[in-house]
Design a protein around this ligand. Structure first.
Ligand SMILES: Nc1ncnc2c1ncn2[C@@H]1O[C@H](COP(=O)(O)OP(=O)(O)OP(=O)(O)O)[C@@H](O)[C@H]1O
Ligand SMILES: [Mg+2]
Length: 185
């Protein structure tokens, strides 16, 4: 149960949310995104939002390209923007060779890349990422931090959930979620 969880995120910040399994990290993020209703509290937000759920929400029979098209249209992007942004994601996360492959053919790590890529696609001002790099190999993990640095330098904000943090210096601030409360480190 969450009681007294309080997170703020300002422009150009990378903030970590850490806590043991079942501490409520995903629940808190779903509340922030609005996919779960809250019993109490307030949320204030200015700026567009991108969300990468812990469990990828993907369609087994659709290809990576088809996902980008579908999500891009849902975000209201025009075709040229979708193509440009999609190619950037393929390039930086290194899974362009799977562009025409259906999700059911993809490895777990490649699915995780697609899941993250879909959140990055509209280049949102606020990115909420739930264990985005759990399934990544080392190279991709490093690329992930390049992406976050670029977005942060553009003035965007990122909240990143992790159940352990190996690179503490990659974060501007870290919250520990304990007994339903966020404790700044
Ligand atoms: N809508 C809800 N109402 C009440 N309890 C819930 C609700 N959603 C999730 N929970 C419970 O809250 C607890 C925290 O789950 P959550 O998935 O947020 O943990 P987590 O910190 O993300 O864990 P993990 O590191 O395993 O991903 C779980 O015991 C879950 O069953
Ligand atoms: Mg979780």
């Amino acid at each position: 149960m969450l009681r007294g969880a309080d997170v703020d995120l300002t422009r150009g910040e990378v903030v970590g949310l850490v806590g043991e399994n079942g501490s409520g990290k995903s629940t808190l993020m779903k509340i922030l995104v609005g996919s779960l209703t809250r019993d109490g509290g307030t949320i204030e937000r200015t700026g567009s939002l991108g969300y990468c759920p812990q469990e990828p929400i993907l369609y087994q029979r659709l290809t990576c390209d088809e996902h980008f098209e579908l999500f891009g249209e849902a975000y209201g992007l025009d075709a040229a923007d979708i193509d440009r942004s999609r190619d950037e994601v393929y390039d930086v996360l290194g899974f362009g060779r799977w562009a025409g492959a259906r999700v059911e053919e993809l490895s777990g790590g490649t699915r995780a890349k697609l899941n993250l890529g879909l959140a990055l696609l509209p280049d949102p001002e606020i990115l909420l990422l739930d264990e985005p790099y759990a399934g990544f190999d080392w190279d991709t993990y490093q690329r992930f931090w390049e992406i976050t640095a670029t977005r942060r330098d553009q003035g965007h904000s990122l909240l990143i959930i992790s159940h352990f943090i190996t690179d503490e210096d990659r974060f501007d601030r870290i919250y520990d979620l304990r007994d339903g409360r966020t404790v700044p480190r």
